[in-house]
Design a protein. Structure first.
Length: 978
């Protein structure tokens, strides 16, 4: 009864609980069957009693799921008491005017106006949902309380970075820990609420229970003074900053606002919200040629409020007193013109210097950016004490929560929300994971489904952006296109195709020629109105009406100066720019621009690749290749980037249909940059996949005359050291390992090994497929161990872009059968390596090779962010000449890790203790080595002794082979992989 009484009081404390709309908002968070049991037409107390009773009764066997959902709804609709504040008596009239205007400007969702009805304005606070970032708090629990905690995040190298306690804000930290205590223990639930999703993660076997809680970006911002939020296009960065600024403004004004995510703030802070794209434009127009200072920042903000000097003075006072929270949105949008590349680094330098300058004055700072900008230009910020978090994709429960809220906010009746969500969920399950987990695209899916129904939903980013664009621009009734809400008709002379073409040209040109710091020339403006008028000249006297519609009604464009416009959504601009290139074939210009500045063009290239791959007209392929050759010839310093752009656009087999002459040119370009240090992991992956499509002719990768062509490297014999040394043991502990996990890698010892040869690469998918294609291959029982036959997996399905990737989904039995078959075909004694052979080859270079180098490009582990295997060899070779020994995929060894009884074969390695027996049953475990694309740094070491059942298959599992040192190699490949 205590829980029921507590819930009743929480419900009664929700503001406006007597209103039907408020009650519906509470019930919307609960399952439909449960919500239908609660009568709406009752007094507030009766409603609260029946709702609390129904929820507690329903949760008797459900681990408190509905109770937590109801508590979350109460928090969101009312906020915690300490999260609101009475309006300070010292709040001046100018400050009050500033905060009120800012809150009014930020209170809505930016995309809400693209609904067909046009007048619906979705409240940001209504639909905002918690996102997760890559920072997390781990707690150790002893005797019912938190005994120890750590806040960690992953660095670019995949290692763990701890946030030191002295740098954290104590009130926020205390509140976070209290919340965890309350949700885990005081409520007696085994897992925290949906607002703090738990990942079951026992970090050691010492009898202490571990819980691991991903933080939200706002929780992270509450804990540290200076934070950078990094995320891809559409990941929710701007929504987070707008919500933070809106919430702070409401708090300062003493207005009720739910801010559960924003942990305790020790005093009222004044938000100063800066869209860097707009600030950049303003700085250009002011012709500021020296470093930008806080005076310029204050001048800019004051100008947004009609030059109100009183507001400027009020903000300056807050800034000087350290009572401001500077919120900079979009560092990546402060870039310079591609034609003025020398300005690019200078622009970033000046912007980061400004951010550091305001941070040094004692105010808190939050900055957002796409990854490329912080990766290349964020070092001054990190050196000054900034920490960064990466936004994670929306989890399944976050997607559902957000969709339900959005559908309700845009006018969907509560009774229909379940139906719309059920339709959306079926479709979302079919969408690419990266696509569906970005907040922007989830919003678009909601809007399109609500407006047009599930039949018009798409799994294509391009199609979804096209639908969003059409909703914005062509949402007028077919026979009456109103302008400015006046009902005035646009004449039929306003041709849809012409307007689309004009917008596409402007989108591309303004991406290609954004302003420089050192000029205020109108010819290099965001969108100079004069330039746009020239594009709209085909509409003659209607051009002003069209422009008015694009600004006032559709929201596609916004005014940023007396003579200048800007696209409201950069992703829509990038979509239009890609469409323009696809329609006009301006490949040479695009490749030149993207080769000089790869990061800013990444989204445009990604969208263009999707457009081109669906185009039945193949003439663009040769034009694209000619453009790449021209770019390499004219801009040799950017040859690597140009080759990557080409590979990025040749994304599938359909894209790569070309003559043999062109194929040879492309193959040469791609092979030449495969391990270029100028390319990051994603770019190398793009090149490797494109090379697979056009035919990877590298030695040791393909198939010759139906037989895998393996390239071997010699491993000389002698006394070798294996196992984990003391120094490496300490480093592995620092990287996140536990003593229990590391114990099987010890002790360090010496052993004598005969020389052998090991394949340079893991066996590729094309090579493994040859085993299944051969009539005397996988179907021949001679090659199979007992327990591995009859086979069950069947022939692999190899996508054209992955023929040069490691063979995966391969069991130990299948790898052994492949080795026996290949021995017969080559006339060699080929086998899987023993774990001693494998470790020796992987450690070539001495004991130091057992410590990860901390370089994000040294192997394909978790740090690369690829999330899948890569083409073999794109991360270079070890000192022996072998590639992919660490990362990419785990590799099977002949050695057993346990016998049939479960006894572990430990170190030192003894080949005569039964571990090399091939007659063990499938209840034993076989050794796997090397780590994979799923693993963080402490797992990416050559001494790590993984193990799996011999019948186990996974995408992270592959293998390589060894043969005797006297064996002859088969030469280089001269055919295309099959």
């Amino acid at each position: 009864m205590v829980l029921e009484d507590d819930l009743r009081e929480r419900i009664l404390n929700v503001p406006h609980i007597s209103r039907t709309t408020t009650r519906e908002a509470l019930l919307l968070r609960l399952p439909r069957r449960l919500a239908e049991r609660v009568p709406l037409a009752e007094t507030a107390r009766v409603f609260a009693e029946k709702l609390a009773q129904a929820v507690v009764e329903a949760d008797r066997w459900r681990h408190g799921e509905n109770v937590r959902a109801l508590e979350a709804a109460c928090h969101d609709l009312s906020g915690a008491p300490e999260e609101t504040s009475a309006r300070p008596s010292s709040l001046s009239a100018p400050m009050s005017r500033y905060l009120s205007t800012l809150a009014d400007e930020l209170h809505h969702v930016e995309l809400s106006h693209i609904l067909a009805q046009g007048l619906v304005e979705v409240q940001l606070a209504t639909v905002y949902c918690r996102l997760s970032c890559d920072a997390a708090i781990s707690v150790r629990v002893r005797d019912g309380d938190i005994a120890e905690w750590r806040i960690r995040k992953r660095t670019a190298s995949g290692s763990t970075e701890e946030w030191a306690a002295p740098t954290l804000r104590e009130p926020a930290l205390s509140r976070l820990l209290d919340r965890i205590r309350d949700e885990i223990f005081h409520r007696r639930f085994q897992r925290p609420t949906e607002r703090l999703p738990v990942v079951a993660r026992p970090l050691s076997a010492d009898g202490v229970l571990h819980h691991y809680y991903p933080l939200s970006p706002l929780e992270a911002a509450s804990l540290v003074d200076h934070l950078i939020i990094v995320g891809e296009a559409g990941s929710g960065k701007s929504t987070v900053t707008r919500y933070l600024a809106y919430t702070l403004a409401q708090r300062a004004l003493g207005r009720p606002v739910a801010t559960r995510e924003l942990l305790s703030v020790d005093r009222t802070l004044v938000p100063i919200y800066i869209r860097i794209a707009d600030f950049t434009h303003w700085a250009v127009k002011q012709n500021i040629t020296r470093d930008i200072g806080t005076d310029h920042l204050l001048d800019y903000v004051a100008e947004q409020f009609a030059g109100d000097d009183a507001i400027r003075d009020a903000l300056e006072g807050a800034l000087n007193a350290g009572e401001a929270w500077l919120i900079f949105d979009g560092l990546d949008e402060s870039r310079g013109s591609a034609a003025l590349n020398a300005n690019l680094e200078e622009r970033y330098r000046r912007m980061t210097r400004l951010v550091n300058l305001v941070a040094a004055r004692g105010s808190r700072v939050l900055l957002t950016s796409r990854p490329f900008a912080t990766g290349e230009y964020g070092q001054p910020l990190f050196a000054a004490g900034f920490v960064s978090v990466d936004l994670c994709g929306m989890a399944d429960h976050e997607i559902e929560f957000y969709c339900r809220r959005t559908l309700s906010a845009i006018g969907c009746r509560p009774a229909d929300v379940d139906r719309h969500w059920t339709q959306l969920r079926r479709w979302i399950d079919r969408v690419d994971a990266d696509f569906k987990r970005r907040a922007l695209f989830v919003t678009l899916l909601c809007l399109v489904e609500y407006r047009h129904g599930v039949a018009n939903l798409t799994a294509s980013r391009v199609d979804l952006l096209r639908q969003a664009y059409e909703l914005m621009v062509w949402r007028w009734p077919d026979n009456k296109r109103s302008v400015g809400g006046t009902g005035k008709e646009l004449p039929y002379s306003v041709n849809d195709a012409r307007l689309n073409s004009a917008l596409e040209v402007v989108a591309f040109e303004t991406l290609a020629h954004e302003p420089s710091w050192d000029t205020g020339s109108d010819t290099e403006d965001d969108i100079d109105k004069g330039r746009f008028y020239r594009e709209l000249d085909v509409f003659r006297e209607q051009m002003f009406e069209v422009l008015e519609f694009l600004i006032e009604d559709s929201g596609l464009l916004r005014v940023v100066g007396p003579k200048s416009l800007r696209f409201s959504f950069r992703i829509i601009q990038e979509f239009l720019a890609a469409t323009h290139v696809a329609d006009t074939g301006r490949f040479t210009e695009l490749l030149g621009l993207a080769a000089e500045q790869t990061g800013p063009w990444a989204e445009t290239l990604s969208l263009l690749a999707e457009m081109l791959s669906s185009d039945d007209d193949r003439s663009w392929v040769n034009k694209l290749i000619d453009a790449a050759v021209t770019t390499v010839r004219e801009k040799p310093d950017h040859a690597d980037s140009a080759a990557w752009v080409l590979g990025r656009l040749l994304r599938d087999e359909k894209s790569a249909r070309m003559s043999a002459e062109y194929a040879g040119t492309v193959r040469e370009m791609l092979t030449g940059v495969l391990v270029s240090p100028a390319l990051n992991a994603d770019q190398r992956d793009d090149v490797g996949r494109a090379l697979s499509i056009v035919g990877d002719r590298r030695p040791g990768v393909g198939v010759r005359a139906g037989v895998p062509d393996l390239e071997w490297v010699d491993v000389p014999g002698g006394r070798v050291r294996l196992g984990l040394e003391e120094e490496a043991f300490a480093e592995a502990l620092r990287l996140g390992g536990s003593r229990e996990f590391l114990a099987p890698e010890t002790p360090s010892y010496e052993i004598s090994l005969d020389g052998f040869r090991i394949s340079k690469h893991p066996v590729t998918a094309a090579q493994y497929a040859a085993f299944w294609a051969d009539e005397g291959g996988a179907s021949d029982e001679r090659w199979w161990e007992a327990g591995g036959w009859p086979i069950s997996s069947g022939p692999p399905v190899v996508p054209p872009a992955e023929r040069n990737h490691p063979a995966t989904e391969v069991s130990w039995y299948e790898a052994m059968a492949f080795a026996r078959w290949l021995s017969d075909r080559l006339g060699l004694q080929v086998s899987l390596p023993t774990e001693a052979q494998w470790e020796y080859a992987a450690r070539w270079g001495g004991p130091a090779a057992n410590v990860p180098p901390g370089d994000a490009l040294w192997c394909n582990g978790h740090a690369t962010g690829l999330g899948r295997p890569n083409a073999v060899g794109i991360f270079g070779e070890n000192g022996l000449g072998a590639a992919d020994m660490i990362g990419n995929v785990w590799e099977w060894c002949t050695s057993a890790y346990t016998d049939d009884s479960g006894r572990v074969f430990g170190y030192p390695y003894d080949p005569d203790d039964g571990r090399e027996s091939l007659s063990l049953s499938d209840t034993c475990y076989r050794v796997v080595r090397g780590g994979s694309y799923t693993n963080v740094d402490f797992m990416l070491r050559p001494t790590v002794r993984g193990h799996d059942r011999p019948d186990f298959r996974a995408r992270r599992q592959g293998f390589r082979l060894v043969c005797s040192l006297a064996a002859e190699t088969t030469g280089s490949v001269d055919g295309t992989p099959t």
